[in-house]
Design a protein around this ligand. Structure first.
Ligand code: 13P
Ligand code: SF4
Length: 311
């Protein structure tokens, strides 16, 4: 990056010049959320990508989000500031292993969380996010046999609230698994009136402490509508940027991970994206997210199905 460059101004200028749009997830660093044209949860990012008329989409999130945008917009250039921005949850479900699991359990509908590779989506009947998982699972008859993956915590939570008995893949997110009951109870002692907000990727014992279990967008909406003043937030701490912006009079406390002295729980993959990388990505139109056409052709079907059900 040349010295003295005003990164924010240059990013804006390049976006205009190239008809590019910056989509950012709620877990991005504050300065990226500040400059993005749109920020949202995984579902909103996919919905936004599906309808944009920009020539270039810069996905400030992780790789599967870029893949989803590319699958929905095969003729657009989809860029991501750092190709190493992966996802431990997506990695916990390799496509060849899922294919074996499906073969070993015939007669099941396959429902996959959006946090999966394009190759996994190509094996899937319908994709879900944490915003629409309950609605989509309930759109199937009660006696429908379902394989749900890769997040076992989200799967267990959906089983509990719908009374279903879906067969679960044994995967998890390394960030959300780190929230601990003890640390949240300690915070509750300090802030007895606080509402506890929990993402469903957290372990069941943590979800049991929650006043609200929901996706990032769902937790934000709950905080905006709540009478409470204090909120203990058990999800990636990037969401606090938008919570504080939308609710300046409320107090948001990030729940810490169990094993560290750090007050926040950040996703190392999400945080690989920086303003400097974003600038270079726009300038050089690189790195680009590519999806093999044979895979994309299959993967678009369950993604479209999700968008139709949740529209
Ligand atoms: P949502 O934004 O859909 O709640 O997902 C959280 C997440 O972990 C994305 O990687
Ligand atoms: Fe993946 Fe977890 Fe990071 Fe979300 S927070 S991108 S699920 S590793």
């Amino acid at each position: 990056i040349p010295e003295g460059v005003n990164l924010k101004a240059e990013i804006k200028r390049l976006c205009k010049e190239k008809n590019a749009v910056i989509l950012g997830h709620f877990y991005q660093a504050d300065e990226i959320q500040e400059i993005a044209d749109f920020i949202g949860d995984s579902l909103a990012l996919a919905q936004w990508a599906a309808k944009t008329d920009a020539d270039i989409i810069v996905m400030c999130g992780v790789h599967f989000m870029g893949e989803t945008a590319k699958i929905l917009c095969p003729d657009k250039k989809v860029l991501i500031p750092d190709l190493n921005a992966g996802c431990s949850l997506a990695d916990s479900c390799p496509a060849d292993k899922l294919a074996e699991f499906i073969e070993a359990n015939p007669g099941h509908t396959v429902i996959s969380y959006v946090n999966t590779s394009a190759a996994v989506k190509a094996l899937t009947d319908v994709v879900v996010t944490s915003t629409n998982a309950k609605q989509i699972v309930e759109s199937f008859p009660e006696d429908q046999k379902i394989i749900f993956g890769p997040d076992k915590n989200l799967g267990n939570y959906i089983n509990a609230i719908t009374g279903r008995n879906m067969l679960l893949w044994d995967g998890a997110c390394h960030v959300h698994e780190k929230f601990s009951v003890e640390k949240i109870l300690e915070l509750k002692k300090q802030y007895p009136d606080a509402a506890v907000l929990v993402h469903p990727e957290c372990k069941g014992a943590v979800a049991k402490l929650a006043d609200k279990v929901a996706s990032t967008a769902g937790l934000l909406k709950y905080a905006m509508g709540s009478e409470k003043k204090d909120f203990i937030v058990a999800t990636e701490s990037g969401i606090l940027y938008e919570m504080r912006k939308k609710c300046p009079d409320k107090h948001f406390i990030p729940a810490p991970p169990e094993d560290s002295t750090c007050a926040c729980n950040e996703c190392n993959f999400m945080r690989l994206n920086t303003l400097g990388k974003l600038y270079n990505t726009l300038k050089y139109e690189w790195p680009e997210v590519k999806v093999e056409p044979g895979i994309a052709e299959k993967a678009i079907i369950p993604i479209q199905r999700m968008l139709e059900i949740s529209s």
